[in-house]
Design a protein around this ligand. Structure first.
Ligand SMILES: Nc1nc2c(ncn2[C@@H]2O[C@H](COP(=O)(O)OP(=O)(O)OP(=O)(O)O)[C@@H](O)[C@H]2O)c(=O)[nH]1
Ligand SMILES: [Mg+2]
Ligand SMILES: [Zn+2]
Length: 290
């Protein structure tokens, strides 16, 4: 039995990366009926009979992103520009919180270094470095930082995330060294087959990467309000030190998070997005019980 990773799912077959090449695999009857259950990123066992490859088994997933559907994600490259388009820290942190809660590692990538102000990139980059994230300054146009991204991707199944227009597709093309069609989530008709969802591209160093326009539609943080602090890397170790066990780090006394803020150990920018996301969590809680 062979083992591989699903890179694309079509209505009647899947593409599976097995030992360095793409193999077209049919789905066994029971999977065909449940074809939604095989998703790009899935690790599968494949049998081979009379030159035909068949998916026999889908191995248990370690995580699953719903929008867009990708399984077993190891790393998210969260891409942003500074002014083209203007950086939205709440948006960035919403993604970082979401992936952190799914136990997906993240890299923050400042793209368009060729046209953005270097001083401003450094200022913003240091906020994220101090918070505990790996930061890469890149330009998909000049190729700056692309090797560094590829290095960080080694052995990982990676998704690109970030607002529209920050350069995700352009980075994908630079990383895969091929022009990649944009708008992959829209259905591409190939004869009578329909390409569903995302495509993973194999990258040197035993890695895969997916462009994820759908990720930009991710708009709510789905966690308990008092858990939110755990998904801010620089806050996670502070939260247990707060006096109140269910501290929201808002107005409570003896709050380790607000102490860190007052002492400059926590960036004001990060605390502000925290408060915004916290309000979203609290809103959600309210509706939950109505
Ligand atoms: N100057 C410069 N322009 C860039 C760079 N990367 C991307 N662009 C341009 O920015 C625009 C948006 O790039 P895309 O790659 O389509 O952005 P995207 O993040 O995929 O956007 P969506 O698919 O809408 O989510 C295009 O006009 C690119 O040519 C860069 O590093 N430098
Ligand atoms: Mg794109
Ligand atoms: Zn607190």
């Amino acid at each position: 039995m062979l083992q591989g990773r699903v890179t694309a799912v079509h209505s009647a077959y899947c593409l599976v990366w097995i030992e360095g090449s793409t193999v077209r695999c049919s789905l066994r009857g029971r999977f065909r009926r449940l074809s939604v259950r095989v998703t790009p990123g899935d690790l599968v066992r494949v049998s081979r009979k009379d030159g035909e490859h068949l998916i026999e088994e889908v191995l248990p997933r370690k995580n699953f992103l719903i929008r867009p559907p990708v399984a077993n994600v190891d790393l998210a490259i969260v891409v942003t520009a500074v002014t083209h388009p203007p950086i939205d820290l709440t948006y960035m942190d919403r993604i970082l919180v979401h992936v952190e809660s799914q136990e997906i590692d993240s890299v923050v990538c400042f793209n368009k270094a060729d046209i953005e102000d270097p001083g401003e990139i450094r200022r913003l980059a240091s906020i994220y470095e101090k918070a505990g994230y790996a930061v890469v300054v890149a330009s998909a146009l000049t190729g700056q930082g692309i090797d560094e991204l590829v290095e960080k991707m080694k052995g990982s199944n990676v998704v690109l995330a970030g607002a529209s227009g920050v350069g995700k597709s352009k980075i994908l093309s630079a990383i895969t060294k091929q022009e990649v069609a944009t708008g992959q989530l829209s259905k591409i008709r190939r004869g009578r087959h329909t390409t569903k969802g995302v495509t993973l591209y194999p990258v040197e160093g035993d890695a895969f990467i997916a462009d994820t326009p759908g990720f930009s539609r991710l708009n709510v943080v789905e966690c308990e309000p008092h858990d939110l602090g755990y998904y801010y890397r620089e806050m996670a170790d502070l939260v247990p030190l707060c006096h109140f066990p269910r501290c929201l780090h808002k107005t409570e006394d003896a709050c380790a998070v607000r102490e860190a803020l007052a002492e400059g150990r926590l960036a004001r920018e990060r605390y502000e997005t925290y408060l915004t996301l916290l309000e979203e969590c609290l809103e959600r809680e309210k509706y939950k019980y109505e």
